[in-house]
Design a protein. Structure first.
Length: 139
């Protein structure tokens, strides 16, 4: 094992390790978590929509972002033409929360069912999303 005492060998090992690390492909997470759209929250949110806002922040915002602006690499904005009532009716929101969603519009993967959410919370979240959509010219 004489050769392991050679400083040259250690140097080569060190350079190889640095090179392997430097050349290793890194996942492209540039921009992950940044909002996808900008959303204006109206001062006129109704009482039920305000409850929905709280429930949304508890159950949905970790992925869809506060005020449903979406997050790059994580989940889509819900204040978006794709989710206006004529394309994604209220039932599709209830279904998403209860049963999850198979990825089909975006490259973010599936949405798992949301644990521990009540029907009343879902109803108020839908009211909140629809009021936000209308205030931002959608639907
Ligand atoms: C763990 C992350 C995560 C959470 C938490 C989450 N979602 Fe999602 N959601 C996603 C992803 C990802 C998609 C995109 C699926 C696709 O590609 O169409 C999605 C899609 C949706 C859709 C579109 C459904 C369809 O039919 O296309 C709705 C509506 C939705 N989410 C509502 C909600 C609501 C309401 C909550 C909270 C109660 C919530 N999501 C919580 C990740 C999440």
């Amino acid at each position: 094992m004489k050769q392991f005492k050679s400083p040259i060998l250690w140097l080569i090992i060190a350079i190889t390790a640095v090179a392997i690390y430097a050349l290793k492909p890194k996942p492209n997470t540039a921009g992950a978590g940044t909002p996808i759209v900008s959303v204006t929250v109206p001062t006129t949110l109704g009482a039920n929509a305000k409850m929905g806002q709280g429930a949304f922040e508890t159950h949905c915002a970790a992925c869809h972002g506060v005020n449903a602006v979406g997050q790059v690499g994580i989940a889509p904005p819900l204040i978006h033409k794709i989710y206006e009532p004529s394309h994604h009716g209220d039932l599709s929101f209830a279904r998403a929360a209860k049963f999850g969603v198979q990825a089909h519009h975006w490259p973010f993967g599936n949405m798992a069912p949301v644990d521990g959410i009540t029907d009343n919370e879902i109803i108020s979240i839908i009211t909140y999303i629809r009021e936000l959509q209308r205030a931002n010219g959608i639907g």
